[in-house]
Design a protein around this ligand. Structure first.
Ligand code: ATP
Ligand code: MG
Length: 430
């Protein structure tokens, strides 16, 4: 036997037995996003490396050490997207969609980051990104947060806390940054290597450090909200008032930051206590300067990205069932002649009942074996096609989920009888 080839570490298969929750989540997201007026956009999985360097910023974990970058045959440096906002911003600029227009967009798909694989942290993972472009807020900020809150409610997920902060404007942040640099310089000996590098390049990012040794130092650092400009303060107050009015609880977290200059004002994060260290489920914020920084006309925008794997895990913990959908009808075929006729009859039934799931017995087998497969398919009904009955223009139906005898049915009446039997079955289940 040849040696087996394994998947890349940190890149997972989602098997049919696990896909149910993914599909439930994706369907609900499509429904909710549509209901809030968001339209789908799909951008390439690969972009020029420079796009991410410019959009995410040099002094970030993602750009410093997590990007899957490579040179293609033409020698260009390309990168598997680590997030979707950069590509979406590029697309709206490139296709001339701005010009004062406003766009509510979402994008779902795989992202790639070279991180240390562990539970909840993968090298290929899925995100749903939601972006509102051309809206200065704070009304849209509040609506986006309400959308995410509604998603948790619809999913029955409760162990989530919303953290909020305002970053102010790049101008007001400058003073804060100076204070922060002074503070960390004074404690230079207590910083780790990453933080020392960031002190020069992007000091706000130190507040983001996951190193527990730094926690006390970070907790005592100057707080950003003390440096907010008056307009940002008002923007934030209005956001909080909207959330209060909608009954969405939140906590203020003055250490919640984004390092880059094009971020401004609102930042938020949904954190769970149910998943251990990988506790961020959905994070978002206002990126009023990004589009201009990428060469488009200055356009305010806000968005969030949600980690699908982490939400799926929360759904599982909340007791959501991950069952594959059951068949409606399992078709048992008895006799060589019935097999050929059976294929035709089932195709006709699929024409007549397009929404129903028929599982035709494939690969033969005696009656007992076929009924075992029928049970495993969890079908509500068995349709039995036997040579002698078919010769009389008839077949048999037998309920599988509750007691009930087999009954004969003329072939012409099958669609109506099957529909009636399935309706009766659904009724007894309730
Ligand atoms: P973390 O703090 O967990 O590293 P992050 O700040 O890097 O997250 P974002 O870039 O804001 O995450 O991405 C948004 C969401 O995507 C996160 O809240 C998380 O749910 C999910 N996510 C990020 N990285 C991964 C990963 N490597 N594997 C699985 N999900 C991830
Ligand atoms: Mg990360």
């Amino acid at each position: 036997m040849s040696e087996q080839i394994q998947a890349i570490r940190g890149m997972n298969d989602v098997l049919p037995a696990q896909i149910g929750l993914w599909q439930q989540l994706e369907a609900l997201l499509r429904e909710l996003l549509g209901a809030y007026g968001y339209g789908e956009i799909r951008t390439p999985v690969v972009e020029h490396t420079e796009l991410f360097e410019r959009a995410i910023g040099e002094f970030t974990d993602v750009v410093e050490k997590e990007m899957y970058s490579f040179r293609d045959q033409g020698g260009e440096s390309l990168t598997l997207r680590p997030e979707a906002t950069a590509g979406i911003a590029r697309a709206v600029i490139e296709h001339g969609l701005l010009r004062g227009a406003r766009h509510k967009l979402w994008c779902m798909g795989p992202m790639f980051r070279h991180e240390k694989p562990q539970k909840g942290r993968y090298r290929q993972f899925y995100q749903c990104s939601v972006e509102a472009i051309g809206f200065p807020g704070p009304d849209v900020d509040a609506e986006l947060i309400a959308l995410s809150a509604r998603l948790w409610k619809r999913l029955g997920i409760s162990r989530l806390t919303l953290y909020l902060n305002s970053l102010g404007t790049p101008q007001s942040r400058r003073t804060y940054r100076e204070r922060l640099v002074e503070y960390f310089r004074a404690h230079h000996d207590r910083l780790d290597e990453d933080s020392r590098r960031r002190l020069a390049g992007n000091p706000l990012r130190i507040l983001d450090s996951k190193n527990p040794d730094l926690a006390p130092l970070i907790a005592a650092a100057p707080a950003l909200p003390d440096y907010l400009d008056a307009e940002s303060r008002e923007h934030f107050a209005q956001l909080c008032a909207s959330l209060d009015a909608m009954g969405i609880p939140y906590r203020l977290n003055p250490r919640l930051v984004r390092g880059l200059d094009y971020y401004s004002r609102t930042v938020f994060e949904w954190i769970t206590d149910a998943l251990g260290a990988q506790d961020a489920v959905c994070s978002g914020g206002r990126y009023d300067g990004l589009i201009e920084q990428l060469g488009g006309e200055a356009t305010p925008a806000i968005g969030f990205a949600m980690g699908i794997e982490r939400v799926v895990e929360l759904m599982r913990l909340a007791g959501r069932e991950d069952t594959e959908p059951a068949a409606d009808v399992y078709v048992v075929v008895s006799g060589e002649g019935a097999r050929v006729q059976g294929a035709r009859i089932v195709e006709q039934l699929r024409d007549a009942l397009p929404g129903r799931r028929f599982e035709l017995n494939l690969g033969g087998g005696n009656f007992k074996a076929q009924f075992r497969r029928a049970d495993r398919s969890r079908a509500a009904l068995a349709l039995i096609l036997a040579e002698d009955e078919l010769a009389r223009g008839a077949a048999a139906l037998k309920p599988l989920r509750h007691d009930g005898g087999q009954s004969e049915c003329p072939l012409a009446e099958l669609p109506a009888r099957i529909e009636a039997a399935l309706a009766a079955d659904a009724h007894t289940k309730e």
